[in-house]
Design a protein around this ligand. Structure first.
Ligand code: NOJ
Ligand code: CA
Length: 680
C-alpha cells in the first residue's frame, strides 16, 4: 500500500519531484528547527539516516537494518514506501525524581521501508522522534507474511560522527560488566563501548549515545568500525541469534542527547520521554528515602555475609541499626547476609541460596516487627551470584515474604563475570549461560520488577543491566548500581580515582539513578587504606549522584562520630522539584542546585576531580526579592585527597539572594554541599 500523500508533501521540500528513480529523501526537524533529519536509501538501496544541527552535519549518512540468523538480512533492496509525521507537546509528572514535571515536546517521523521481493519483500518501519535536545529512533517490525519470528543476529544501525572530539566510555563485551574505570580518548580511539557514551566535539557540542525502553531485547553496545563510524552490536545470547521476537514488535529507542554544553546533556529527559507512562498506577508506596545498612562491615570487613563468628546480619545488630535509623530519621536499614546460601562459593554460582530461610542467628519476623514499631523499613537483599535459575524458582515466594513483612525495598545482586548469568536451559536441570545485558537477563529484570510491584516492593539491582528510563513505566525500579560504586574504595588498590564521580555524572548518570552508596566519613577502606576523597566530597556526592534511595554507608559509629556531617545527610532530600547543573565540565567537576520537593529549600553542591579549582557560583536560581540563609560544608584550608588533610572541612553560614555570587574553592578530590533556606 503506497501512502503517497504525506511522503510527497515532505519530499517536496527536500528533493525535486522529477527524481523518479532517485530515492526521495524524507526529512523532519526538531521543534526549534536546530536539528534536521534526513532519511533515504543509498545506491545499494540500503536505508540510511543523517542528522545536521544548526546547519552543520553531525551524523553523516549511516545505515539502518538487521542481520538475521535464518534469512538474508534486512539491509538491502529497500525503498521508502511511505511516511507519516506527528507532533506532541505535553507535560507529565514524575512520582519521584530529579524534577517533578517533565516536558515532552517533539516532532515525529515514521518511515515505512519495503524490501524488494528478491531481497525478501520485508516491511521495516523506523520511527524517529526529534526533540530540541536530541533524537531517538526505533525499528518497528509490523505483522507481515513470511516473517513471523525475527531471529536477529545483530543490528547494523550506524552512527557516523561527522566531527572530531573526545569520548568518555567503558568497554562493552568485556569480562567486567560495567564496573570499569572510565576511559577518556579521542572518538576515533574508542573500541566497543557500553552506552551511555559521552562525547564533546571540537566545537563544544556535547553528545551522549544511549537507548531508551530496553524491554525484551538485548542491550546495545557501540562498536567503532572505522574513523568515527560506530555500529550497534547487541549483547550475545545462548540461543545464537541475539534477539528472538515474534512480530509485531518494536526495538528499544536508539538515542542521542545533543547540547551546546554539559548542563544541557545532564538535564535532558530524552530517554524518560521515550518510555511508556507509569503502568503501576498509585505508587505512593514507593518512598524516596535515606538508608543505612549492615553492609560496609562486610565490604571492608571484618563482618561476613556467611554464618560464622563474624556474621554481620544478627538479630541484635539489626535492632541496633534500626534504633540508629529511627533516632536519626533514616527510612531504611539494608540487611545483607541474613538468608542461607552464603557459606558456599556464591560468586558466579549461587546454587545454595534460599531467599526465604534465615540463618539461625537472624529472626526475620522479630526484626521486621521491631522496625515497623520504630517507623523504619528493612531493605531486603537477594544476592543471586548470577544464578537466575535458582532465583526465579523462588522469586514469587521471596517477594511475597518481603511484602507481607512490610519490607518495602529489595537490593538484588548478580555477582558473576560478564556472560556468567546462569539461566535455566532448554532441558530440565541444564544451564544456559547468558550476559548481564542480553535479552534473557533483560526479561529476568522485568519479571523481578513486576513480581516485586505485585507485593508493593521497590527494586535496586546491583550488577544490573543498564538503566534505559524504565523507572517511568515501573516506578518501583528505584535505582541500580551499574558502575564502580563506593565499594571499590573499600578495596585499597582498586579505589576509584578522584575523577571517577565527576565522570559518572556525565556518563552513567545519564541513564538513571545510581545506588553509589556515599557517606563513608571515616575515609578509610579495608586495612585502613585511605580513600581518594575529602570529607566534604562525601557530602557533595548526595547532590552529584542522584538516587531516590541514598545510603549513608559507613558504620553507624563513624556516622555518629561526625555529627555535623551527619546533620547534613539527615537534611538532604532524595526527591526534587527541580535540578540544575550550575557548574561543571565532563570528567572534571559537577555542582548542582536542586530544589526540595517538599519545601522552598535549595541544596547546592557536588564533586571535584584531582585538580583543585575555584568556582564562582551564581545564585541565579533563587526566587527574586527574598533573602536566604546558606549553611555550607566545604573543603577546609589545605584539604587534599592525597594526605590526612582529606579530613579538613570548613563550615560557613552566609546570607544570599538571587544574583549573588559565591567563590567556592574545591580541593583536589574535594567537594561541597550547602543548604539554602528562605529567611534569615
Ligand atoms: C556486590 C554489590 O555491589 C555489593 O553492594 C553487595 O554487598 C555484594 N555484591 C554482595 O551481594
Ligand atoms: Ca557491584
Amino acid at each position: 500500500m503506497l501512502r503517497l500523500a504525506p511522503l510527497a508533501l515532505l519530499a517536496a521540500a527536500a528533493a525535486p519531484a522529477a527524481a523518479q528513480q532517485a530515492p526521495a529523501p524524507v526529512t523532519a526537524t526538531s521543534p526549534d528547527r536546530s536539528l534536521v533529519l534526513t532519511v533515504t536509501t543509498d545506491n545499494d538501496a540500503r536505508p540510511t539516516w543523517s542528522l545536521s544541527r544548526k546547519g552543520k552535519l553531525l551524523i553523516a549518512p549511516s545505515k539502518l537494518g538487521f542481520l538475521m540468523a535464518d534469512r538474508v538480512g534486512l539491509q538491502r533492496g529497500f525503498r521508502i514506501e511511505g511516511s507519516e509525521t506527528a507532533s506532541a507537546d505535553s507535560r507529565w509528572e514524575q512520582p519521584w525524581g530529579e524534577r517533578r514535571f517533565v516536558r515532552d515536546q517533539h516532532n515525529e517521523l515514521l518511515v515505512r521501508f519495503r524490501q524488494h521481493e528478491s531481497w525478501g519483500g520485508h516491511a521495516m518501519n523506523v520511527r524517529f522522534r526529534l526533540f530540541d535536545d536530541g533524537i531517538g529512533f526505533r525499528y518497528e517490525l509490523p505483522e507481515q507474511e513470511g516473517l513471523k519470528t525475527a531471529k536477529i543476529a545483530d543490528e547494523i544501525t550506524e552512527f557516523d560522527i561527522a566531527a572530531e572530539g573526545t569520548a568518555w566510555w567503558i568497554a562493552g563485551g568485556e569480562w567486567n560488566r560495567y564496573e570499569q574505570v572510565y576511559q577518556q580518548t579521542p572518538i576515533d580511539a574508542v573500541s566497543t563501548a557500553h552506552t551511555p557514551i559521552t562525547m564533546r566535539l571540537a566545537d563544544g557540542t556535547h553528545l551522549a549515545f544511549h537507548e531508551a525502553a530496553l524491554v525484551d531485547y538485548a542491550g546495545m553496545w557501540l562498536k567503532r568500525v572505522e574513523g568515527r563510524k560506530f555500529r550497534a552490536t547487541l549483547a550475545p545470547s545462548s540461543q545464537g541469534p541475539r534477539v528472538v521476537r515474534d512480530l509485531p514488535f518494536a526495538t528499544p529507542w536508539r538515542t542521542i542527547r545533543i547540547s551546546d554544553d554539559a548542563a544541557g546533556l545532564v538535564e535532558s529527559d530524552l530517554e524518560l520521554n521515550l518510555n511508556e507512562p507509569n503502568k503501576l498506577g498509585d505508587v505512593s508506596w514507593v518512598k524516596p528515602m535515606k538508608y543505612i545498612g549492615i553492609w560496609w562491615g562486610m565490604i571492608r570487613g571484618p563482618w561476613s555475609w556467611a554464618e560464622g563468628p563474624n556474621h554481620g546480619a544478627t538479630t541484635e545488630r539489626t535492632k541496633q541499626y534500626i534504633d540508629f535509623a529511627a533516632k536519626h530519621g533514616f527510612g531504611g536499614v539494608l540487611v545483607e547476609g541474613w538468608n542461607k546460601g552464603w557459606n558456599s562459593n556464591w560468586f558466579g554460582h549461587g546454587d545454595a541460596y534460599s531467599f526465604t530461610e534465615a540463618y539461625p542467628d537472624f529472626d526475620l519476623k522479630a526484626v521486621t516487627d521491631y522496625a515497623r514499631k520504630k517507623g523504619v523499613t528493612l531493605i531486603g537483599h537477594h544476592e543471586t551470584g548470577g544464578n537466575i535459575a535458582v532465583y526465579e524458582a523462588q522469586l514469587d515466594d521471596a517477594m511475597k515474604l518481603y511484602g507481607q513483612l512490610g519490607v518495602r525495598a529489595v537490593k538484588t545482586g548478580y555477582v558473576a563475570d560478564a556472560g556468567g548469568i546462569i539461566a535455566p536451559g532448554a532441558t530440565p536441570g541444564s544451564k544456559a549461560m547468558e550476559w548481564h545485558d542480553g535479552q534473557r537477563q533483560v526479561q529476568h529484570h522485568q519479571k523481578v520488577v513486576e513480581t516485586a510491584a505485585k507485593y508493593k516492593v521497590a527494586v535496586n539491582p546491583h550488577e544490573p543491566v543498564k538503566d534505559t528510563g524504565l523507572r517511568r513505566t515501573w516506578p518501583n525500579w528505584v535505582a541500580r548500581e551499574g558502575a564502580r560504586g563506593m565499594e571499590y574504595n573499600a578495596w585499597g588498590a582498586f579505589a576509584n580515582n578522584p575523577d571517577h564521580e565527576p565522570t559518572l555524572v556525565y556518563t552513567r548518570m545519564l541513564s538513571g539513578p545510581m545506588d553509589y552508596t556515599p557517606g563513608v566519613f571515616s575515609l578509610k577502606g579495608a586495612e585502613d587504606v585511605p580513600m581518594t576523597s575529602t570529607l566534604a566530597k562525601q557530602l557533595g556526592l548526595y547532590l552529584a549522584i542522584y538516587s531516590p534511595i541514598q545510603m549513608a554507608a559507613d558504620f553507624i559509629e563513624n556516622l555518629e562520630a561526625h555529627p555535623r556531617e551527619l546533620a547534613f545527610v539527615k537534611q538532604v532530600p532524595t526527591d526534587w522539584a527541580e535540578s540544575h547543573l550550575i557548574a561543571g565540565a565532563v570528567g572534571d567537576y559537577a555542582i548542582f542546585a536542586r530544589k526540595d520537593r517538599k519545601s522552598a529549600d535549595w541544596y547546592v553542591g557536588g564533586v571535584n576531580d584531582g585538580t583543585e579549582r575555584t568556582l564562582t557560583l551564581s545564585f541565579d536560581f533563587l526566587d527574586p526579592g527574598k533573602t536566604y540563609t546558606a549553611t555550607i560544608w566545604k573543603d577546609g584550608d589545605g584539604a587534599t585527597y592525597l594526605t590526612d588533610a582529606r579530613r579538613n572541612i570548613a563550615y560557613d553560614t552566609i546570607k544570599v539572594k538571587k544574583g549573588d555570587t559565591y567563590k567556592l574553592w574545591l580541593a583536589p578530590g574535594g567537594g561541597a554541599a550547602m543548604r539554602v533556606t528562605p529567611g534569615r
